[in-house]
Ligand binder design. Sequence first.
Ligand code: AMP
Ligand code: MG
Length: 333
Amino acid sequence: MIKRAFVLLLALNLIFLLCACGQSESSRQVYVMDSAASLRVFPANDEAINAMCDTLFEIDRELSATNGELFEINENSGGNMPRHMAEVLSLSLKLAEKTGGAFSPCLGAVIDLWGVGSKNYVPTERELQTALRVSDVSGIELFGDEIALRGGARLSFGAIAKGYASDVMRDMLLQNGVESALISLGGNVYVHGKKPDGGMWNVAIRDPAGGANDWLGSLALSDKFVISSGDYERFFESGGKRYHHIIDPKTGAPAESDLTAVCVVGESGSAGDAYSTALYVMGREAALSFWRENGGFELVLIGRDARVTVTEGIADAFTPNEGKGYTYETAYR
Ligand code: AMP
Ligand code: MG
């Protein structure tokens, strides 16, 4: 008899396994930032959860590159940035520098050219080079909250917006004195406090080779962000070749990584989101060097060779889902 009752809660790339419990709960499922978001708060606090959802919609209105205020700024080659956008841009520029440009908020022109998941277009080399020329920080000029985009430069926050939003959600949970909560924004997960029964939350890591319900391991955590990026999330096929959505800023093309997915576990949603994208671009060895040189986060790296590397700070928290064909190893500092 299985003692624990599992509730399966599907996010875009992560699944949660929750221990059922009797405590009162407020929950909301909304569609925001192009993904399904799920918020659960224990004990019930409708006021907090409603305010959190309103804030998610506000962030989405500002940061959406297709119909939000960001779209207007890109179309008008600049303008006055609203508060979340100014904050995300400032964080993004720091994280771009820290990751040596592997994460960049200035790739909008290249990202729009490919349109992975929308127009699914394979650009010519000439088109790519033209877009790449305006896809670094030199295309941006800042005057306080006023931004000017030069020569067709465009901003994109697709790799950080959900992580940023999860940071804002964490701050709101703290402001509202919420003891226990589970937030999932399209696979960007934040587990707040302990489960209502006092145990750790179990966050499952999706198996990139499987379907949406397959996972290759789980992590027992509290008060952590768990953020994944992978080439299985969004891609298209053309001429027998597969093109995914994570761009190598050096080439402007989908990154040719030896990894299929990167999961970052840490104390910051924004950094975790930027890192998960950047470390995918860097590949396994450079990702591990980056981890050794920078504190504050841990990793699960899933290789194309079916090798799963778990960094030592979360090795005890990680339980492999055996029988999926992966080998597991621990990386040390
Ligand atoms: P994520 O799912 O967090 O890895 O973000 C991927 C999304 O961010 C893509 O769909 C693009 O819109 C955008 N993106 C792709 N490559 C990069 C990159 N190297 N740096 C910043 N944003 C990127
Ligand atoms: Mg990301």
